[in-house]
Design a protein. Structure first.
Lengths: 461, 461
């Protein structure tokens, strides 16, 4: 009743006032969650964080439980509200390792407000959105009334390590997850400050390449005749991508599905602030000197092959004349349809073997298939309306985010169309030092998510 | 008189008896020198060690003094004996850092006897030979008589840090150093236990290559369009040497002086225990599957281009999807005539620029020119005769040692032919944990050096 009356009176004014009055309290809740380190790659803080998140979800009125499959970490599922439609909300409560620590202006696990922003590991990826959406549900109930739809949540604890147990979890808990649409973990204001929504993710194949030489490090004077694994690794890597940034793994390019004319048309009109991107990253030109449609097409519709890390031998100060015994590189391939992690592993092995690099071991780390959904699906349309009402401008609709996540494990597996929007910005520094969100963007995500509950349920704003 | 009589009676019997009777006392002297840490890279113990060495040289009858140029460390020069010929003895009193400490079975600066060997930092490189030669001079005088030649000594204190002041020191003290031949710091029994002498050293050019990308590490999803310095470094490195281990720096090969037919003839007859080398390094084949003359030729007469270290991005456990902002590699080039560190720097810069790698910064670390002297020079012939008389077998004569040192700064600068022999063995672990010499080899080096004083002076043994 109160809700209906409220909508008749012009919508979300009381909701917004309620949220704005509670910003310090909302931020304190988020800071407490940030202070709890949750580094899945290093097994740090997973169970403790799961308990905090489970408790928080229950306090938001969600009938939630923590479950796991096959010895995986606690995954939190739950449900609240009733209505014709069901929304699935996906977030993850784990974060990336904070390295390199000395590049943080304030410690990663001591959330700090500075210049209207909140800094800390996980504020953007992904604890901030997780918390904001729970706060939005509470604020909705407090100001508008019972939710007009059924909301299901799925909070996992190993997204930053490739979600190795999620597919099995989804299979085992499909009845708790089925929905008419899914809202994915995040979304970002672009470099020009425009809100964006996106309708897919690239996949990923993350592998480590390892080469062994002599039994132990040797004096470099014998490098004449004793094999050097660092050189073997460099030569092998140089066959994977050329200096025009073209991936040269045999058979790789043939698996790349080209964008349709319709998709290219949308892409052509998609705003992409090149000047701001250059400034944010402190560079003078993009890879290959690209710009315009060619730049956007490469970013959204092409795969990558990235050296995320490489190490061999002596890397300290000064010089040491050593012949290393071992070398390794961490490589991520970002995947577009129809590439899959399985195809990449097979192509890569065959490619290296064909060139005499059978000594280069491929250690798979994690993989995700790409996931691409229509930009006019139910959640995409509902998100666009909610964003317009919140920000006063139409959001930019991306075909996908260039990042990766377990979207295919959830949405493709269950056939749920999906969209993402959230509280990040173009300089949020996810996975990097000084990760941050603007506090105003955090508040706006609570406001937008409250509206989205209505638009997704089919109610007019 | 006594000396002449002694030689008539069959040579060095009394000398050998004298030395053997004093082995415990000789080792105690060496141990005292080892107990004094002298780590030039860290500025530890230089002045204290110089005082000990100066005092010891004086007690051996050498008119010695400690001098320095341009604020460099004390360098000890001195002279003793009279005769037609002058011998210059080069040693260094500094040692490598003892790291990694936890791999030493006994502490590096507590010299320890075990299984007939003496362990400690510097016993092989180079305090052992320095002390053995002083003891040989004393024993010669005590048993045979006055030295039949003039012996000059040059003991420097920063060899392990690239001898940055030595060239200027040699220029300023040339009159104290000129000689008819030089005996270099060291020599080693080979893997089969044969004594060896050598007549040169490779040079070295040690550089760091650095590439910068974005202002800071970024999420690897933007690797589509933001340059990756790790890839830039890999591509640049891959142009320096191909996977047949051929150095492909423009103009580099042309500077390599090919061995003469006479040198190749000597090389052909040079014993080189391939099986032992493979076993020591725990490998199944040498670079390129080489063996025999081709293997020896590559080892002794070809330069190297070695990745001693490379690092970029995330190198910890697990995976991190990061686009690195910086990448670097430490490279050492071992040089043969007519390559020099200056030529390498010039060729490398031009090579990289020509291929569009002007963004790859070259940071020089240190350099030494190569030094190669005839294997039939006066000191080489004298050393061969002295070794045969000591060990009962002909020594293996290496054209050079594949390592590097300031030989050109002394011998090429002053035009003094040079040879090295000493008390090391193939597993002496120079620059590594558990550095050692066999005590028998230490005694034999005193015996061989005593004989060398005669053979170099032109006396029959």
């Amino acid at each position: 009743m109160r809700g209906s009356l409220y909508r008749l009176m012009g919508g979300f004014t009381e909701f917004d006032d309620y949220v704005r009055a509670r910003v310090p309290q909302y931020l304190d809740e988020l800071k407490a969650l940030i202070r709890q380190p949750t580094v899945s790659a290093q097994g740090i803080g997973i169970a403790d964080t799961a308990r905090i998140v489970l408790d928080r979800a229950r306090r938001a009125g969600i009938d939630a439980s923590a479950r796991s499959v096959n010895g995986g970490p606690p995954t939190i599922v739950g449900e609240t509200g009733r209505g014709e439609r069901t929304l699935l909300v996906y977030n993850h409560y784990d974060v990336q390792p904070p390295d390199p620590l000395d590049e943080w202006e304030t410690p990663p696990f001591e959330p700090t407000e500075r210049d209207g922003h909140l800094f800390g590991r996980g504020v953007s990826d992904n604890k901030g959105n997780l918390m904001a959406r729970l706060q939005a549900i509470e604020a909705y109930r407090a100001t508008i009334g019972e939710l007009p739809l059924r909301v299901r949540v799925l909070y996992e604890g190993e997204e930053e390590s490739g979600s190795p147990h999620l597919a099995a979890f989804v299979d085992a808990n499909a009845d708790r997850l089925r929905a008419d649409g899914c809202i994915w973990e995040a979304g970002y204001k672009d470099a020009a400050g425009r809100p964006t929504i996106s309708c897919g993710l690239k996949g990923i194949a993350y592998v480590e390449l390892r080469v062994r030489g002599a039994a132990k490090d040797a004096h470099s004077s014998v490098a004449t005749i004793i094999p050097n694994p660092a050189w073997r690794l460099v030569w092998a890597l140089a066959t994977l991508k050329n200096d025009r940034d073209e991936i040269t793994v045999d058979g790789f390019a043939q698996e790349v599905r080209q964008p349709t004319p319709a998709e290219l048309g949308l892409l052509e009109r998609l705003p992409f602030d090149e000047t701001a991107m250059l400034r944010i990253h402190g560079i003078s030109r993009f890879v290959g000197g690209l710009s315009g449609l060619a730049l956007k097409r490469k970013h959204f519709y092409e795969p990558t092959c990235t050296i995320c890390g490489i190490v061999s031998g002596y890397t300290g100060a000064g010089s040491k004349t050593v012949l290393p015994a071992i070398a390794s590189a961490k490589i991520d391939f970002r995947l577009v349809p129809d590439l899959t992690p399985e195809k990449v592993a097979t192509l890569l092995r065959a490619h290296l073997d064909r060139r005499g690099f059978s000594d280069v071991e491929i250690v798979p780390s994690h993989g995700e298939r790409p996931s691409r959904w229509p930009t006019d699906s139910l959640p995409a349309r509902a998100a666009a309306v909610a964003c317009r009402a919140t920000y006063g401008v139409d959001p930019v609709v991306y075909p996908l985010m260039a990042g990766s996540g377990p979207m295919a494990q959830v949405c493709d597996r269950l056939g749920i169309p999906v969209t993402g929007f959230g509280s990040g910005n173009a300089a949020s520094a996810n996975h990097a030092p000084n990760e941050n969100i603007a506090i105003a963007d955090y508040v706006d995500h609570i406001r937008a998510f409250g509206r989205f509950l209505d638009t997704f349920a089919g109610r007019p704003l």
